[in-house]
Ligand binder design. Structure first.
Ligand SMILES: Cc1cc2nc3c(=O)[nH]c(=O)nc-3n(C[C@H](O)[C@H](O)[C@H](O)COP(=O)(O)OP(=O)(O)OC[C@H]3O[C@@H](n4cnc5c(N)ncnc54)[C@H](O)[C@@H]3O)c2cc1C
Length: 374
């Protein structure tokens, strides 16, 4: 049986573990701490336009060398397996990569998504049109204002929204949204309206839905809890290798030996990339690229680009071949049994329309390639 070690406990590492186990591998996941997955707003963006993805030569999904039909088939498999697995952990997701909707956050601002938790799904803005929407406020909570959310829903999206404050007497002084986490949703007085709750409550009524979050995010925290079961808490400090293959990942107190390794260490929040004068990949010194050019060689031009737009930093990352083997700065494959997945990869907009699509699909494929040692 192939032994696969996945480094990273975010959504990419989880999908890699799912796929590798499905292919019969013995999988260990090592994670230092929650990363960006635990902060996501609650709106999974998978992909908007496969053809435009395939036209971007450095996009991680284009680099897989598949056509639109191949990518679509893999997305179907990855998303449905993920939905099934998370459903078993009690986290039900609705939607699919082919559907898209708009969902409001706690400020009433809209974000588009392909897949959302079932507690968010009824708040799709198109589905709310023509309905009255009660936005629940909690006067004891200082960092959220239902009146301004209702006003934004009205002005920005034409929704007939109004605020309804419900006091929760046993909240601590100076309470914040995080203090609502895990509490039972209070019942509103308004009748016959859809009910928008700030995220975090449980047991929502039939007409209730949760708004999207800004960090810290109850949606992210629930997802992180659902995917963390069974992961070993440890920080990989280095790898051992021989003759172009990784043999072990070393943490402070132990070594993890395996036949194949998946690097799903995330971007700056996860710790997979380190920003500095030059952005680097800290564990193996893999190449970090900006539009196909090693970042280290771009010198001051990249600094100027980053000065003009912070987004330039967010497209930097590791580059892979068709089998998700990460490349060295010289463009060669340094380790034949190493695969990379998720936000550690560059070439796409981290907070754009593939925010979850890249981690899910590259994680899924990296897990499969690792299990088969392709
Ligand atoms: C605030 C915020 C909100 C977002 N909201 C959305 C959204 O609503 N929709 C959307 O589509 N996208 C969103 N994104 C983007 C999305 O969350 C990320 O792209 C995605 O979660 C990345 O997943 P990942 O598994 O690649 O990385 P992470 O989730 O960052 O996971 C990396 C993992 O690697 C581990 N790790 C790193 N180094 C080591 C090491 N040396 N040893 C052991 N473990 C290690 C980390 O501890 C962590 O567990 C958001 C991002 C942010 C920051």
């Amino acid at each position: 049986m192939t032994r696969v070690l996945v480094v990273g406990g975010g959504i990419a590492g989880y999908c890699a573990a799912l796929a590798a186990r499905r292919d019969g591998a013995e999988v260990t996941v090592v994670a230092r701490a929650p990363g960006a997955t635990a902060l996501y707003a609650g709106a999974m963006e998978i992909v908007d336009d496969l053809d435009s993805v395939l036209r971007s030569p450095y996009h991680p999904l284009a680099r897989l060398g598949m056509d639109a039909v191949g990518l679509a088939t893999e997305l179907d498999g990855a998303i449905s397996t993920l939905q099934l697995a998370l459903g078993k952990e009690g986290l039900r997701l609705e939607g699919g990569w082919r559907s898209r909707g708009l969902f409001a956050d706690i400020h009433g601002l809209a974000r588009s998504a392909n897949v959302v938790p079932d507690s968010v799904a009824p708040g799709e803005l198109g589905a709310l049109s023509g309905k009255r929407v009660a936005v629940i406020g909690v006067p004891e909570v200082g960092d959220y204002d239902a009146t301004s959310t209702a006003q934004a829903l009205k002005e920005l999206h034409g929704i007939e929204a109004f605020a309804e404050d419900i006091s929760i007497a046993d909240l601590p002084q100076g309470a914040a949204l995080t203090d609502l986490y895990g509490r039972r949703a209070p019942a509103p007085r308004a009748r016959g309206a859809a009910i928008a709750y700030p995220p975090g409550f449980t047991n929502l009524p039939a007409d209730g839905f949760e708004l999207l979050a800004s960090p810290p995010s109850p949606h992210g925290w629930r997802l992180q809890q659902a995917i963390s079961l069974g992961a070993v808490a440890a920080q990989v400090m280095s790898f051992e290798s021989a003759r172009g293959r990784i043999t072990a990942a070393r943490a402070a107190s132990r070594a993890f030996h395996a036949d194949a390794f998946v690097l799903a260490t995330g971007r700056h929040i996860g710790g997979g990339l380190q920003a500095g004068r030059t952005t680097t990949e800290p564990l193996l010194g893999l190449g970090v690229f900006h539009e196909g050019v090693p970042a280290a060689g771009l010198g001051t031009r990249l600094h100027h680009l980053k000065y003009l737009s912070a987004a330039e930093e967010m497209v930097l990352g590791v580059m892979t071949d068709k089998r998700l083997h990460p490349l060295s700065e010289e463009g060669t494959v340094p380790y034949s049994n190493l695969y990379a997945a998720g936000a550690v990869l560059g070439g796409y907009e981290y907070s754009g329309p593939c925010g979850f699509g890249v981690p899910i699909l590259t994680g899924w494929l990296a897990g499969r390639f690792a299990a088969r040692q392709e």
